[in-house]
Design a protein around this ligand. Sequence first.
Ligand code: PXL
Length: 280
Amino acid sequence: MKRIITVQDVSCVGKCSLTVALPIISAAGVECGVLPTAVLSTHTQFSSFTFHDLTDEIQPIADTFKKLDIDFDAIYTGYLGSHRQLELVESFFDTFKKDDTVIVIDPVMADNGKLYHGFTPEFAARMAKLCKKADLIVPNLTEASFMLGIEYRPDYDEEYIRYVLKLLTGLGCPRAALTGISLESDKIGVYYYDSVSDKYYSYFNELLPVSYHGTGDIYASAAVGAITRGISFEESLRIATDYTLECMKLTLRDENRRFYGVNFEQALPYYIEMIDRAVK
Ligand code: PXL
């Protein structure tokens, strides 16, 4: 069985970061080690939250993994909170990257043209530097714009998306996928560029008239699970798109839904079925 490690926070309630990565990646049939960077009561979009930083734990944990000869088939980073954490993660990549280790960075920091609470343009620039070490990055257009230091343009067309993808791979990462891209009024999905083969791939599905917090983390986790199972980058991105849509549909249908997050748990059988079909 493959093993990955994911580096991001624990938001105790809120259905994001580690509380979605762990179940989704496990459902893909991949062992999911965790390296928690902070513990929050809830994520930072709630009106109130606690935050306990765990930065000082990262290096001792990494040193112990090394001493025990523990290795990883993939390393997946999500929400990271400080320059120092980015430096420690960079060193973690250098220590644990083997020839066949896949590094996926979801540069969580912004959406809808705005940085999340606590993030700065300087942090985005430092994250862009970290992206050089990834095999795949999965930003949304807002995150991509902040990392590239360009204006966020919500009125994009396909040509502009291809231009941004080329800029993203120009950061030094061979593959980039822009998530949440909509080129037709009733469709949303992913636009991907592989600079090694110089090929684009896009996949779109139904655009629902709702938006839920945490879907970016669900998307990235579902893609990482599939990639680690050996499924191609393109097909993994498609599976993640279909899974995320199914999570949203189930949430929309649930009269007793929470005010936060999506019913990703109920869509796990669908995800597992797609993984099983793809690996056969
Ligand atoms: O879903 C992204 C995310 C993860 N972790 C924390 C967050 C957010 C988004 O706001 O606040 C702590």
